[in-house]
Design a protein around this ligand. Sequence first.
Ligand code: ZN
Length: 217
Amino acid sequence: MDSNEARRGLQAAGRYMLDNDLAWGNAGNISARLDADRYLITASGTRLGELGNEDFIECSFERTLAKDRKPSKETPMHRAIYQQRPEIVAVLHASPFYSTLVACADIQLSSELFVEDMYYLERVEHVNYLHPGSPALGEAVRAKARHANILFLDNHGVLVYDTSIQEALMGLQTLEMVCRMTITARSAGLDLRALPASIVTDFLENSGYRPRREWPI
Ligand SMILES: [Zn+2]
């Protein structure tokens, strides 16, 4: 997509995230792919709910294409995903309440609860805690990027990426809902009823909800 379209899409996504409790304060950073080796990412110090036209930095895989402002310091993990997954168009990093609670606890999520859960949470991976923005975190994300479209960054937040900004938002919102449902059920002493694995597989392969994902690994 061209940079105007990417900027407008990311501004709308940032507002949506704030309005729907998918981000808070000045935490989080989001990006969109421009072409094979370039992407647009939020600048350092920006707030996702109020992204202005100057709050984005164009980067190539080799360098930052801006003179005055810096891209988010968490750029290495965005870059790692675009490099590992050529089909990925948008990367969202945030720390919504329930997802971050799960990232700070040893809680197993089910991908067998409801329609969007089956599709968006088919694969979820964890990345051990490493300091935000560190090259080590970028490399840890690189190692997991091909295994899933949702990564928990333990004791930090989540990273959700997909083939469009809308699909990445849907993945993030579904993740937050599953985390909230799981925690709420635990608090209330409810047992969630998981669908049998055979039905989940049949849903993914034959229901026509979405084309079957082709995982690189
Ligand atoms: Zn972070």
